[in-house]
Design a protein around this ligand. Sequence first.
Ligand code: NAD
Ligand code: UFG
Length: 335
Amino acid sequence: MKILVTGGTGYIGSHTCVELLDAGYEVVIIDNLSNSKIDVVDKIKKITNKDFKFYKGDLCDYNILDKIFSENKIDAVIHFAGFKAVGESVSMPLKYYRNNLDSTLTLLEVMNKYNCKKIAFSSSATVYGKPESLPIKEDFPLSTTNPYGTTKLIIEGILRDLYKSDNEWSIAILRYFNPIGAHKSGLIGENPNDIPNNLMPYIVKVATKELDCLNVFGDDYDTKDGTGVRDYIHVVDLAKGHIKAIEKILNETGIDAYNLGTGNGYSVLELVNTFKKVNGVDVKYKIVDRRPGDIDACYADNSYAKEKLNWEAKLGIEDMCKDSYNFVKNSNEKK
Ligand code: NAD
Ligand code: UFG
């Protein structure tokens, strides 16, 4: 079975390619490298000892997609490619709508042309907005607070309309909670060049002394210690969830959404303290104002994914903290 992975050199895509190759799937990647590096291709090959095709190209470009589908018999697609920075999407909404929507529409049109009607799509827990209760179930009301989230919600709607128009489609909408961690090899992971937006990459850069001090956004939330609570999930567990989703869509038609989270909520301070403990390093932090748009707490009810995909996360936050740090230390040593 041959799987096209869009955004396959990115953070979650690269880990998913490793799991796909290890599980015996053939992989084809398309990525324009707007937020990833070409060396990831060789790193995936090194980890898996398997070869695959990589196309450098933009998903908004019909011609490159047409070329990929004409050169390869693609059985299903996992669609990761897109921009993902919430803050940037607020200041540059058109950039986000153009890239995330255009790329998806072009991809779906070409898939339709080649009669490839199986897709797993990277959505996000951000589509639940500010949930009225916890844990979050898939049938909770959907709403968004920023253009990035709105692109996810629009794409979910496009996929539902597509299925309504043609029941031969088979679509898995995967709503990720907060992926962190990295592959055990230390070869692939997440290490943004700019100042990180997300908590774990920021903690790591404070631990490696690339940044001075973590700003903890608020300690007056309605949570166990006043800091924000999230459902952190190891990226390798998340990647394995995609293998289960692919098995499902290869075997059945239909459309469904699944929460991919651990079901456990950890606060910012719990994550910082675990990171310090398991890695034996200091992480300086100070409490600052809340970040606009942040919610108190967010964690998944993952029972639907357990039941329907036969998937469940196995790794805990200690592994997530160790592996995130190991990856960045490893990449800094090689610089
Ligand atoms: P990432 O930025 O590391 O990977 C995305 C990849 O897509 C990058 O390699 C980038 O170069 C590529 N890309 C972007 N636009 C493209 C285009 N037009 N054509 C070709 N390639 C393009 O992000 P990630 O963390 O791996 O996230 C993958 C997906 O999961 C995204 O859709 C993201 O919105 C979603 N998601 C991520 C998180 C998270 O916290 N990381 C949470 C929920 C959902
Ligand atoms: N936080 C800090 N300091 C920082 C960064 C974050 O205190 O420097 C706090 C936040 O206030 C929040 C928690 O750490 O309480 C997690 O913040 P992240 O930015 O790591 O993650 P978010 O939950 O805000 O958002 C992430 C992705 C979104 C995605 C969402 C749900 O960035 O794209 O998870 O999946 F939609």
